[in-house]
Design a protein around this ligand. Structure first.
Ligand code: NAD
Length: 346
């Protein structure tokens, strides 16, 4: 049976912990802000180093969703769930049944969805216990929309920084050529870009090369390749004090969440004259697509149009960044804070 504990975390509307020793998991739902609507954010399953690490992750991810949803102008707030367990030993159906019960206790203030290590099949199990779950409807896999949004972000950044309407002849270095990075590479190839990629999964990268023509480099070499655009499409924190000095690009735009190790890294990019498309703006296509199945009949055309509007959001950020001489991540944060109606201190 689930046992729930309310946690009092400053800056968050509601944080609840759920323990279930019989099934073998501890989970948290963090609702950061619901001024724009119910908090939407996926359910991440991970074997964390500690319970503290899991709590830190859910807080950081939940807050990030508030900013992402607000800047995408979605009628949604931000929240997230994380489940701390060992997927090798846990009964998956029992786990997601109880996660469904957990989500239901929040009575719609939080809507869950797929995320790292949770699948569409898991969300179907969650749906048996709660209707507050997205990605089980018609919107399908969010990755093509995320990749399309990043493609739009690259085009916008090129227009702003390089004063070019077209991408042909440009070189793009893609870090992580998976669900989103691979699709992005395909779109850029159609525009006659040259692609250089790195992936720690060399077997996957080699097999993808049979389909898409790109030059493969070792994972640590991707930072220093001569390119116009660097696209981080793997994990977070890859833009930091070790990697930023190596970059030879003019633009950074990719799908990965939390690309900057910390806010100061945005300032480092700015001082180097590298235009940074804030990650939660560039990678919002997936959540925009999911939002199109909540309380409405899903329309892929509408999802595509809303994703393409990432261009206007980015242009406004770039305009203000140039005018105020502030890094783009700082401008994006303050625009998002205006939109969700509160400047938070945490
Ligand atoms: P994915 O797992 O399909 O692809 C990631 C790829 O990066 C994998 O092929 C992996 O082997 C590779 N990789 C991992 N670490 C690496 C490293 N250090 N160097 C080079 N390659 C590395 O994941 P995805 O769905 O494409 O997501 C990529 C990023 O985008 C993640 O940060 C994710 O949170 C974020 N994101 C994804 C979506 C989406 O719709 N899929 C939406 C928003 C944000």
């Amino acid at each position: 049976m689930n046992r729930y504990t309310q946690l009092d975390i400053p800056g968050y509307e509601e944080v609840v912990r759920c323990d279930n020793p019989e099934v073998g998991f501890t989970a948290w739902i963090a609702i950061h802000n619901t001024h724009r609507g119910p908090a939407l954010g996926g359910c991440r399953v991970w074997r964390y180093e500690s319970e503290d690490a899991a709590l830190i992750d859910v807080l950081r991810l939940g807050k990030g969703m508030t900013y992402k949803n607000a800047l995408a102008r979605l009628p949604l707030g931000g929240g997230k769930s994380v489940v701390h367990c060992d997927l090798k030993t846990v009964n998956r159906t029992a786990l997601f049944t109880e996660i469904g019960n957990f989500v239901e206790t929040l009575e719609g203030r939080y809507i869950t969805a797929e995320d790292v290590n949770s699948t569409l099949a898991d969300m179907v199990v969650v749906q048996r216990r709660t209707r507050h779950v997205a990605t089980v409807g018609a919107s399908g896999n969010p990755s093509p929309f995320t990749a399309y949004g990043v493609y739009c972000a690259i085009k916008t950044s090129v227009k702003h920084k390089l004063k070019r309407e077209r991408l042909d002849g440009l070189t793009v270095a893609i870090q992580g050529i998976g669900e989103t990075g691979g699709r992005l590479a395909e779109m850029l190839k159609k525009d006659n870009c040259r692609i250089i990629a790195a992936d720690i999964n060399t077997e996957h990268a080699h097999s993808l090369r049979e389909k898409i023509d790109f030059h493969l480099v070792a994972p640590d070499d991707i930072y220093g390749v001569a390119c116009d655009i660097f696209a981080p499409c793997a994990l977070g924190s890859t833009l930091n004090s070790r990697t930023i000095p190596q970059l030879l690009c003019q633009i950074v735009a990719g799908s990965a969440n939390n690309q900057l190790q910390n806010n100061e890294d945005g300032a480092k990019l700015f001082r180097r004259g590298i235009l940074y498309a804030p990650d939660y703006v560039a990678n919002a296509g997936g959540v925009i697509n999911i939002s199109c199945e909540i309380d409405q009949t899903y329309d892929p055309k509408k999802a595509t149009q809303l994703t393409a509007a990432i261009e206007q959001t980015l242009m406004e950020i770039y305009r203000q960044s140039a005018q105020q001489k502030l890094p783009t991540n700082v401008v994006a944060d303050s625009l998002a804070e205006e939109r969700f109606g509160a400047t938070l201190t945490c």
